[in-house]
Write a protein that binds this ligand. Structure first.
Ligand code: KIV
Length: 277
């Protein structure tokens, strides 16, 4: 029997059922402790491939290997008891064909025990989304600014700033919904467009830099905590963890240098000698 049998984990259909009922709350998570802290507050936690940039110092998400996603996915699933855990499929692991996508996504599900995967791309990925969902893998889609395509997009660029681009993005959202995606991330697009997509699409839209009128919101946790050195315009900092870490490390360094740490209470005593002896 499961250790957590008393607690039912949120599922992909639960997320889909929240559309129009209650705003969906989500954050990225890459490791066990932050997942455990965020878990009671979030509907789903995304092990985003942004971890390549945030945790590993890559300039883009493109170099992230599948094994790294699996390793962080496992860590997050160990920390989260209630929230749905969604793991990003990294660049090169799903685009080639639906069967390659299935093989790699099944590996992610088996090895991490997450509840869903996310792939980037709209209409062009519809066949793959259908193939995966028909075979038991819940898929979250991601359209708008799709960071795995930055070499084609010419950088991290806001999408749909011109009305002529709207129809393609609206068609993308409808196509992934019809293919069976349970939710779609809308990244970096004007709020008016995201609102239109949200009205037109039967599945929840999860906005990141897409305004208020989405069915839910997601941010990169390190960005909203104030840990990332640079953040996009759409981020609100809900904390200043970077400054707090700096202050704590500075205080520690001073205490070691001036001899005020460790104190006796941080030190082990000898065993008292036995009375018999
Ligand atoms: O990788 C990621 O963190 C993401 C979010 C920005 C949605 O895809």
């Amino acid at each position: 029997m499961s250790l957590h049998a008393d607690l039912r984990r949120i599922t992909a259909p639960d997320i889909a059922a929240k559309k129009g009922v209650v705003p969906i709350v989500s954050l990225t998570a890459y490791h066990t402790h932050t997942a455990a802290i965020a878990d009671p507050h979030c509907d789903f936690l995304l092990v985003g491939d942004s971890l390549g940039m945030v945790m590993h110092g890559f300039e883009t998400t493109l170099p992230v290997p599948l094994e790294l996603m699996i390793m962080h996915g496992r860590a997050v699933v160990r920390g989260a008891r209630r929230a749905l855990v969604v793991v990003d499929m990294p660049f090169g692991s799903y685009e080639e064909s639906p069967s390659v996508a299935f093989r790699n996504a099944a590996r992610v599900i088996k090895e991490t025990q997450c509840g869903a995967i996310k792939i980037e791309g709209g209409s062009r990925m519809a066949e793959t989304i259908h193939y995966l969902t028909e075979r038991g893998i819940p898929v979250m889609s991601h359209i708008g600014l799709t960071p795995q395509s930055i070499n084609v997009m010419g950088g991290f660029k806001v999408q749909g700033r011109e009305k002529a681009q709207w129809k393609a993005l609206e068609d993308d959202a409808v196509a992934v919904a019809e293919a069976g995606a349970f939710a779609v991330v809308l990244e970096a697009m004007p709020a008016e467009l995201a609102a239109r997509i949200t009205r037109k699409t039967p599945i929840p839209t999860i906005g990141i830099g897409a305004g208020l009128n989405c069915d839910g919101q997601i941010l990169v946790m390190e960005d909203m905590l104030g840990l990332s050195p640079q953040v996009p315009k759409f981020v609100r900092k809900f904390g200043e963890i970077g400054a707090a870490i700096n202050g704590a490390v500075q205080a520690y360094a001073e205490a070691v240098r001036d001899g005020s740490f460790p104190k006796p209470e941080h030190t082990y005593a000898m065993k008292s000698p036995s009375k018999k002896a």
